[in-house]
Design a protein around this ligand. Structure first.
Ligand code: URA
Length: 433
């Protein structure tokens, strides 16, 4: 087989066979096929797409490029969830202990932030002393004991995806549906859970801009999951404004704790209940969303979900008491951004808030940047809320005053206030199964 002929085949709109795709992925990981040929192929895929068989074969080849986690020693069905990336998205921190407290094991590997979106591993790093690296044996043993482990994706999982993603990032080929779907699903399949619930987001703070695009991506990922015999469903959710009030690592963990203690904001809790319900369904605990909601609500109200979070953090060596000392955890410079006019909030744009969070130090400018875990924004008002002129809209946290100035200059671009209430859209738009 010659790589140049395979590039030409895809460029001319033909499908690649499983053997051809394996030849490419194996050669790329081994270094016998160079970056420039894979970049040309990625661009051909970007323009010509891939059919469902090719996409499943690509996922399979990526999964086979590295270690695969075998969760069968648990002797129980396990479930996993994945978000396609958003702003203020701390759902994993809430949903994972909530579901685990309903006696359904959650074995989760997560990543650091990607682009403008935050990552669960960065958020969890705000918990003093928590350990997020673990070998496979320790990971499985914790899930057996506690019913929940969340760790950093191991270095040997999907090496082909790591190489491909880095290449796509610099060749303008990230936003190709079959490439995104195979990238996300390869990690989920290799992580070993029997059931997978995907949160596919659309809107200004997401990778997908429209609901239609998110549904297309969801359909491809659900089909891949099924082809690997994993129960997979996708919730399509809106990401035009940040989820909940907190954006920034420590702020988000504190908000997740509020949620687990029964004091979560409505939009965030709505999405968490939806995701957790589908996890209980794919994990064969219940048959319907209404049945799931009753069980989840009981677990939250009784304090069991919060206890499960504490048990999980302590199993991984973290100290929640230290985290609850806000003066130590949040960055020291705190400034309110006040409303320039009276009226109803129509827009607090997720992408602008993400950029401000990055400027304040909460995200990485480059792969190597250090992040300020205590930096971020707390939205005191959200879409639909009324605000008087001069009242605070958003509270900003950072450690460096020059960063505050930059964020304060950018914020007005993302805020729209009008004299009448907006039409509000629900956070959960549809479900693809
Ligand atoms: N997240 C991933 O893991 N991969 C992509 O390609 C895009 C988002």
């Amino acid at each position: 087989m010659r790589m140049v002929e395979l590039i030409e085949k895809k460029r001319n709109g033909f499908s690649l066979s499983g053997d051809e795709i394996r030849f490419i992925i194996n050669g790329y990981v081994k270094g016998t096929i160079p970056d420039y040929q894979v970049a040309a192929l990625a661009m051909a895929i970007y323009y010509k797409g891939m059919d469902s068989t090719e996409t499943a074969e690509l996922t399979s080849a990526i999964v086979e490029s590295g270690e695969q986690i075998d969760l069968s020693p648990l002797g129980k069905l396990t479930v996993d969830k994945h978000s396609s990336g958003g702003v203020g998205d701390k759902t994993t921190l809430i949903v994972a202990p909530l579901v685990a407290s309903c006696d359904l094991p959650v074995a989760k590997m997560s990543v650091r932030g990607l682009g403008h979106t935050g990552g669960t591993i960065d958020k969890l790093s705000s918990i003093p002393e928590i350990k997020l690296e673990m070998d496979q044996e320790a990971f499985i043993s914790q899930v057996k004991r506690v019913g929940l482990a969340i760790i950093s994706q191991t270095a040997d999982l999907v090496p082909a995806d790591k190489k491909l993603y880095a290449l796509r990032d610099v060749t303008a080929t990230v936003d190709s549906l079959p490439l995104i779907a195979s990238s996300i699903m390869s990690k989920k399949i290799a992580s070993g859970a029997n059931g997978i619930v995907l949160d596919v987001k659309y809107g200004s703070g997401a990778f997908m801009s429209s609901q239609k695009e998110a549904e297309q991506l969801a359909k491809i990922m659900v089909a891949i999951g099924r082809s690997f015999d994993r129960q997979t469903i996708a919730v399509i959710s809106n990401m035009d404004q940040p989820l909940g009030h907190a954006v920034g690592n420590s702020l988000e963990v504190l908000e997740a704790i509020d949620c687990l203690q029964g004091n979560g904001p409505a939009d965030l809790m709505e999405l968490c209940y939806e995701l957790a319900s589908w996890m209980l369904i794919v994990g064969q605990k219940v048959n319907s969303v209404s049945e799931a909601r009753q069980i989840l609500d009981k677990s939250l109200q009784s304090g069991r979900a919060w206890e499960k979070f504490l048990e999980f953090v302590s199993a991984q060596g973290g100290d929640v008491q230290k985290l609850l000392n806000k003066d130590l955890i949040l960055s020291p410079l705190k400034v309110d951004y006040n409303s320039a006019q009276e009226g109803y909030v129509h827009k607090i744009d997720a992408r602008t808030i993400a950029k401000c969070a990055m400027l304040l130090g909460a995200g990485r400018e480059t792969k190597e940047s250090e992040i300020d875990l205590g930096a971020g924004l707390y939205l005191l008002r959200k879409s639909g809320d009324f605000v008087k002129k001069g009242e605070p809209l958003i509270c900003l946290y950072t450690s460096q005053s020059e960063k505050l100035d930059l964020a304060l200059q950018l914020l007005p671009e993302g805020i729209i206030i009008k004299d009448h209430p907006p039409a509000l859209s629900p956070v959960v738009s549809s479900v693809v199964r």
